[in-house]
Design a protein around this ligand. Structure first.
Ligand code: FES
Length: 112
């Protein structure tokens, strides 16, 4: 069963700069673009660099290590060397707070 977590407040996010958060056992990179927040898996699928440290442009984040770009809406890589997508999470702004919805990580009360 998915769980909605408050992860930060909007004023802690800078436009187009990532923030790494740990939510229910998931390491997530948050990005604020305009008035919308995006949440994707923070570990690049190529060699696990933190995508929260990447540069954002045109709705994608560039991995700081080898430069693959990941679409913030779909998690799909737009360029090599990464070939696998990162997870995408539901992220919402509610008042001044930011919420992310995640499935429980394995071993944390999941029903599997
Ligand atoms: S670690 Fe991200 S592209 Fe290599």
């Amino acid at each position: 069963m998915s769980e909605r977590h408050r992860v930060t407040s909007v004023d802690q996010l800078s436009d187009s700069c990532g923030m790494q958060v740990d939510v229910g056992g998931h390491r997530i990179a948050l990005f604020l673009i305009g008035k919308k927040v995006y949440a994707i898996g923070d570990r690049c699928t190529h060699a696990e660099a933190s995508l929260a440290e990447g540069e954002v442009f045109d709705g994608a984040v560039e991995c700081p290590r080898h430069g693959s770009e990941f679409d913030l809406r779909t998690g799909q890589p737009n360029s090599f060397p990464a070939t696998r997508p990162v997870p995408v999470y539901v992220a919402e702004i509610d008042g001044s707070d930011v919420f992310v919805t995640v499935e429980p990580a394995e071993g944390e009360g999941g029903t599997a």
